[in-house]
Design a protein around this ligand. Structure first.
Ligand SMILES: CC(C)(COP(=O)(O)OP(=O)(O)OC[C@H]1O[C@@H](n2cnc3c(N)ncnc32)[C@H](O)[C@@H]1OP(=O)(O)O)[C@@H](O)C(=O)NCCC(=O)NCCS
Length: 177
């Protein structure tokens, strides 16, 4: 961690580097990278979209996070809304900062980089709470989110074309230290 700096990331300019990180960390095929590229660039046109990166002194990107104030008109919200409504929790879609992606290269995981990325990103949000979705298994990501105060709002949530079910999680801001 000592040599890795977390700070603002021009994600539009570094989208290929970021997706290379995600491809290794999360597992994306070349085809999925192509699809994600369009989605990321479209997300970055949303009001309030922000990204942070973790970079080595030579400028190599080893992790990134991005998100934006949640917008019910967006695809993600439209998929999760009926699941949250069923739980009486659809109000979480309003006044919430949505964390869209968080990934750290496997070689750099477990050094506090992911925690710093998501904490710093949400610290900059004006909203009183944060929402996200994560694959519905007991992964390091889910352990991290819980330790930051995220709780399950709805599960299992099925996204079209995603093979695994997800959990939608929400936390008050600022995140727990
Ligand atoms: C989730 C992810 C970004 C976390 O990044 P990271 O830099 O390794 O996280 P940190 O070092 O800050 O660890 C923070 C917490 O994560 C959890 N964690 C990290 N590695 C873990 C592991 N191997 N097993 C269980 N929990 C783990 C712990 O709660 C840890 O807190 P602690 O250090 O106080 O015990 C990283 O594991 C990753 O990129 N995973 C693959 C992609 C992914 O799943 N992204 C999230 C999509 S929803």
């Amino acid at each position: 961690m000592d040599d890795v700096v977390v700070g603002p990331l021009d994600l539009a300019a570094r989208v290929d580097d970021a997706l290379a990180v995600q491809a290794v960390a999360f597992g994306l095929s070349d085809e999925e990278v192509g699809v994600r590229r369009h989605i990321v660039l479209r997300h970055l046109t949303q009001p309030g979209a922000r990204a942070l990166g973790a970079t080595t002194p030579s400028g190599r990107l080893v992790g990134f996070v991005y998100g934006m104030p949640n917008d019910r008109a967006q695809w993600w919200s439209s998929v999760v809304e009926p699941y949250l409504r069923r739980e009486g929790r659809e109000g979480w879609l309003d006044d919430a900062f949505a964390v869209t992606e968080l990934h750290v290269l496997p070689a750099d995981q477990g050094r506090g980089i992911g925690r710093r990325l998501i904490t710093l990103l949400t610290d900059g949000a004006d909203e009183p709470r944060s929402i996200l979705s994560a694959i519905d298994t007991e992964s390091p990501a889910r352990a991290l989110y819980r330790s930051l105060g995220y709780r399950d709002l709805a599960r299992p949530v099925h996204f079209p074309s995603a093979p695994s079910p997800y959990a939608v999680m929400g936390a008050p801001l600022p995140l727990l230290r």
